[in-house]
Design a protein around this ligand. Structure first.
Ligand SMILES: Nc1ncnc2c1ncn2[C@@H]1O[C@H](COP(=O)(O)OP(=O)(O)OP(=O)(O)O)[C@@H](O)[C@H]1O
Length: 313
C-alpha cells in the first residue's frame, strides 16, 4: 500500500473576525520531505502550522494529515508533533524532568532511555539536569525539539525552529531534521531566513496575505528564464566588462563594487546568457574567482511574488 501524504490541504480558509488569515490554501507535503513555509509578517504561517498541529480548525476547506481527515475537534492529530510560538516548558523543572512530565501528560511511560536519547540528539546532555529557567532561547528550542522527537512523529511541525540558535546549534538541529526526514518523517517549518530554507528544504510554500504565491520544489524557482543579479570577480575586470557588453542578454550594472581592492562586476542575466558569458571568459583566459547570485533564487522569487500579490490587493 502506498504511504499517504503527510499533508494534503485543499482550500483551507481561516478567519479571525474580519481578518482572513488563510485564504484558500492548497498544500501537499510528502513523507520524508522537508518543506519550508515562508512569507512576510502576518502572511498566515503560524495560523497554517497551528491547523496542522490541531490547535485550531479551519473555517472551510479540507485537511488530511497522514491520510486521516482532520475533524472539528481541537486535538493533535495522531503521528504529529511540534510547536508554534515556542515550546511549552516548565521553567522550574530540569530539561529531563520536563520531558518526563510531557511524556506522562501524554500517558506514555517516561522511558528514561528515550528521554536521554532525545536530549542527546539535540545536544543538551551537558545541561540535562539544569533547570529550564536559566535556558537561552536556543536551548529552549532544542528542548522543544527533543520533546517532539520523543513521540517519534511522522509529521514534525516547527515554527521558526532556528530562532535563537547560534551557527553551531543550527547545524546540529538541521542535522537532526535531515536524519529524521531520511527516515521518512515529513518536516514542515516556517522561517524568515531564505538561506536556511534553501539549505535545508527541498520544497517551499510562499504565503502572502493568506494566499499561496508559490508551492513546490525550490529548484523550480530557479527557472532558466528568470533573470538574476550576479556578482562576478575575475582576474581581469576591464576585459570581463568588455566581454559582458558584447554578450547578448547580459546587463551590466554601473554600480560596480570594489572587493579587497579588486573591481567586482554586477550583472543581470538569465541562465543561458550567463553560460555564454562564462564560456567567453574562459576562452579569453580570464580566471573567474567568484560568481554568485546577489540574492538567491528563493529570495528573488519571494520578493517578486509577495510584492506582486500585495500590488494586486
Ligand atoms: N488569535 C488571533 N486573533 C486575531 N487575529 C489573529 C490571530 N492570529 C493571527 N491573527 C491574524 O491573522 C493573520 C496571520 O497571522 P499569522 O500569525 O498566522 O502570520 P505569520 O505569517 O505567522 O506572521 P509572523 O511572520 O509575523 O509570525 C495576521 O493578520 C494576524 O494579525
Amino acid at each position: 500500500m502506498d504511504t499517504p501524504p503527510a499533508v494534503r490541504a485543499r482550500g483551507l480558509t481561516k478567519y479571525f473576525g474580519e481578518v482572513v488569515a488563510l485564504d484558500g490554501v492548497d498544500l501537499d507535503v510528502a513523507p520524508g520531505q522537508i518543506h519550508g513555509l515562508v512569507g512576510p509578517n502576518g502572511a498566515g504561517k503560524t495560523t497554517l502550522l497551528g491547523l496542522l498541529l490541531g490547535l485550531a480548525v479551519a473555517d472551510s476547506g479540507t485537511l488530511e494529515i497522514l491520510g486521516t481527515p482532520v475533524g472539528r475537534a481541537l486535538a493533535v492529530p495522531e503521528g504529529v508533533a511540534g510547536f508554534v510560538d515556542g515550546p511549552g516548558l516548565y521553567p522550574s523543572m530540569t530539561a529531563k524532568q520536563n520531558l518526563a512530565a510531557l511524556a506522562r501528560l501524554r500517558g506514555d511511560d517516561a522511558q528514561t532511555m528515550n528521554i536521554d536519547e532525545a536530549i542527546d540528539q539535540v545536544g543538551l546532555t551537558d545541561v540535562a539536569d539544569d533547570r529550564v529557567r536559566g535556558f537561552s532561547l536556543g536551548m529552549r528550542q532544542r528542548l522543544g525539539l527533543a520533546a517532539a522527537l520523543l513521540t517519534k512523529p511522522r509529521l514534525l511541525v516547527l515554527d521558526e525552529p532556528s530562532n535563537g540558535l547560534d551557527p553551531a546549534g543550527k547545524k546540529h538541529v538541521y542535522g537532526v531534521l535531515t536524519r529524521l526526514a531520511a527516515d521518512g518523517t515529513a518536516v514542515m517549518l516556517s522561517s524568515h531566513r531564505m538561506d536556511d530554507v534553501e539549505s535545508l528544504c527541498s520544497d517551499v510554500t510562499i504565503l502572502s496575505t493568506g494566499r499561496v504565491a508559490f508551492t513546490g520544489p525550490i529548484s523550480k524557482l530557479a527557472s532558466e528564464d528568470n533573470e538574476l543579479d550576479y556578482r562576478v570577480l575575475t582576474s581581469n575586470p576591464a576585459a570581463a566588462r568588455r566581454l559582458a557588453r558584447q554578450t547578448n542578454g547580459i546587463k551590466l550594472h554601473d554600480d560596480d563594487l570594489v572587493h579587497d581592492g579588486v573591481e567586482l562586476l554586477v550583472i543581470s542575466a538569465p541562465v543561458p546568457a550567463l553560460d555564454e558569458f562564462v564560456k567567453r571568459l574562459v576562452q579569453d583566459d580570464i580566471a573567474i574567482r567568484e560568481l554568485a547570485p546577489v540574492v538567491s533564487p528563493l529570495e528573488a522569487a519571494f520578493l517578486a511574488l509577495t510584492e506582486q500579490q500585495e500590488n494586486n490587493e
